[in-house]
Design a protein around this ligand. Structure first.
Ligand code: RIB
Ligand code: CA
Length: 325
């Protein structure tokens, strides 16, 4: 029987690949997609999600619009600001890792559902007949709110697979990854809610980064989804080359790895049970801190350190290659 999942996205280039991968996999039953702010404003992440779901011919999947900002973080005027870099211009064009609109999608008549994402989580999970796996790949605000309103919903959560955090890597502050940095309070609530938690951090996603050879392979698969994904990966590589130096020529497709880990855990090649705490203040805000004392606190999660790039690509080609995908 297909595994019931809810995606929580801030679409976003890598979110787009994650959504299409999930839609292409018959072993997943996508109950809903919730949107949140993060890569872009929530209005934009919602439109991008709706347009992509329609382009995939999956209009039957409900989309719930979620939170537009963090639970607490941005209320603090003394907080450390987002460390964005200066605009990156190449050949007179500003490059971005997440365009405001995913390129090449048609406008859609599909609308978000009438209730918001937080109400959806509370209503659905209170009454669910079967446990559901949650795959949040943006800031954790929707779930943080839902678990604050109705902590008992944890009973119907099979597992929470979070794309976020990092042990040896960071991307928006010297020590934090974007999804956790944006809403560390929500991340703390989610990480300690009592459900099984699997982290897919930057360590794992960067170990399976895709390069231009992979872009070519995805294009050759030849479906709408594979070619669209190839375009998103290429855009990310172009941006990262310009932003961080031409040498690496690859990009981590973070959110899609989280979806693949739900489909087949063996895509992760190094996973450890450990205790992770989350920094809330100052320069430590959003840091995922692994308890490395000789006598650490009890494990509260599994944390993935490495993934197989080969298996990841194999899975992307399979699921993005489905005829209707
Ligand atoms: O740090 C990577 C994460 O931040 C990904 O989920 C990306 O989409 C952004 O949300
Ligand atoms: Ca994301």
């Amino acid at each position: 029987m297909a595994k019931k999942v809810i995606l929580d996205v801030d679409t976003g280039s890598d979110d787009a690949v994650a959504i299409m991968t999930a839609i292409g996999c018959e072993d997943l039953d996508i109950v809903a997609i919730c949107t949140v702010w993060g890569n872009l404003e929530v209005e934009d992440t919602t439109i991008n999600t709706l347009e992509l779901v329609s382009a995939m011919g999956a209009d039957d999947i409900p989309v719930y619009k979620g939170c537009s900002t963090a639970m607490v973080k941005y209320l603090d005027p003394t907080g450390i600001p987002f460390m964005s870099h200066a605009p990156i211009i190449k050949d007179g064009k500003e490059l971005s890792i997440h365009s405001k609109r995913l390129g090449g999608l048609k406008p859609t008549d599909k609308k978000p559902e009438d209730i918001d994402a937080v109400s959806f989580y509370v209503n659905y999970l209170k009454n669910a007949k079967e446990k559901v796996t949650l795959i949040p790949v943006g800031p954790l605000t929707n779930l943080g709110e839902a678990l604050s309103i109705a902590p008992e919903i944890v009973e119907n959560i099979e597992e929470i697979v979070i794309m976020g955090g990092g042990d040896s890597l960071a991307n928006v502050s010297p020590c934090a990854e974007a999804n956790i940095w944006h809403d560390p309070e929500a991340a703390t609530i989610v990480a300690n809610c009592g459900a099984s938690v699997l982290w897919i951090p930057l360590d794992a996603t960067h170990s399976a980064a895709l390069d231009m050879e992979d872009v070519k392979t995805l294009k050759e698969v030849g479906t709408f989804a594979s070619k669209f994904a190839a375009g998103q990966v290429e855009q990310r590589i172009e941006f990262e080359n310009a932003a961080y130096g031409e040498g690496k020529n690859d990009s981590a497709i973070h959110d899609a790895l989280a979806v693949c880990a739900v489909i087949d855990r063996s895509v992760l090649t190094e996973v450890e049970k450990c205790n992770v705490k989350i920094g809330l203040f100052g320069f430590g805000a959003g840091e995922t801190i692994i308890d490395r004392r000789r006598s650490p606190d009890e494990p509260n999660c599994e944390f993935a350190f490495k993934a197989s790039k080969e298996r990841f690509m194999e899975m992307l080609c399979e699921y993005l290659g489905k005829e209707n995908a």
